[in-house]
Design a protein around this ligand. Structure first.
Ligand SMILES: O=c1ccn([C@@H]2O[C@H](COP(=O)(O)O)[C@@H](O)[C@H]2O)c(=O)[nH]1
Length: 290
């Protein structure tokens, strides 16, 4: 089954388009309030996300997908990467697909090795890639036997996105040129990263794919949760409206919040309730988007 079909079925099944980012920030993970046996940063990360998973299962409130960003695990230690691997396995076995946010891409043979690492070693369902090096760089991810999803960076959420992505190219912009290539390269497993922070661009990008009669799933990072610091300011309802205005499919695209959902306990200040606060925030986001 193609990734786009699996994703659409998953969003319909769980009833929300939420992508729970999993970007550990140790100072905001008060795990020792619940577990006295936490001794290392790796334990802290493991307990934190396992508590959130347990709470999701207990309340039957699950995100459509999760997205750990590998940087936050790699910078902890080699063992941190083992924790990333184990969390991917745990969330997958709870039926939640995992997007590994690693932003890979290289010459063909090196991309093939990156693809194998993402899909076989980490066993992720999807991975983020940079399209900058072209078709032979993205191809090995699309052709990997795991048949996983491949989200290419298209119009990112950061301020610097404008530096290159908005550059005028052939009567349009660089990101529209990339969008055209994505349509050409897609084999049913390709998606695009489009930031939540620029809804006007999101609407235009949606219209582009709709006009090409070739919608691909968007991973939309940059969504903030009201009252929780650290997000990028994107508003989830505005994002869905932009997709609707562009004529896009309703249950196809996922909206990512990492710090907003992970550290939602900051709203009440009740540190020991970090897992419940995360799932509360997910539940109210899901309701608001229903
Ligand atoms: O354009 C992009 C691409 C990736 N990201 C990643 O998503 C999360 C966002 O975290 P928040 O805490 O919700 O802001 C993070 O892993 C980024 O590296 C992005 O923000 N924008």
């Amino acid at each position: 089954m193609l990734f786009s079909d699996r994703l659409e079925a998953r969003i319909a099944e769980c009833g929300n388009p939420i992508c729970l980012g999993m970007d550990p920030k140790l100072s905001l993970m008060p795990v020792e309030r619940r577990h006295s046996q936490v001794h290392t940063p790796e334990d802290k990360i493991r307990f934190f996300y396992m508590d959130i998973l347990e709470e999701c299962e207990k309340r039957n409130v699950k995100p459509a997908v999760v997205k750990p960003n590998s940087a936050y695990y790699e910078c902890v230690s080699i063992e941190g990467m083992r924790v990333l691997h184990d969390l991917i396995a745990a969330y997958k076995s709870a039926g939640i697909p995992v997007i590994l946010d690693a932003k890979r891409g290289d010459i063909g043979k090196s991309s093939a090795a990156y693809a194998d690492a993402a899909f076989r070693i980490y066993a992720a369902d999807a991975v983020t890639v940079s399209p900058w090096m072209g078709k032979d760089s993205v191809g090995p991810f699309l052709e990997h036997p795991a048949n996983g999803g491949v989200y290419a960076l298209l119009r990112t959420s950061n301020k610097g996105a404008a530096d290159f992505q908005d550059m005028p190219v052939k009567d349009s912009t660089a990101f529209f040129q990339v969008a055209q290539k994505l349509v050409e390269w897609d084999n049913g497993n390709l998606g695009a990263v489009v930031g939540a922070t620029h809804p006007e661009e999101l609407e235009k990008i949606t219209s582009f794919f709709v006009a090409a009669q070739h919608e691909i799933p968007f991973l939309i990072p940059g969504v903030s949760i009201p009252g929780v610091p650290g997000g990028q300011g994107g508003d989830a309802k505005t994002v869905l409206q932009a997709i609707a205005n562009g004529g896009g499919k309703r249950h196809f695209h996922v909206l990512n919040s990492s710090s907003g959902l992970n550290f939602a306990w900051q709203r009440s200040g009740k540190e020991a309730e970090y897992a419940a606060a995360c799932v509360d925030a997910m539940e109210s986001l899901a309701e608001a988007l229903h």
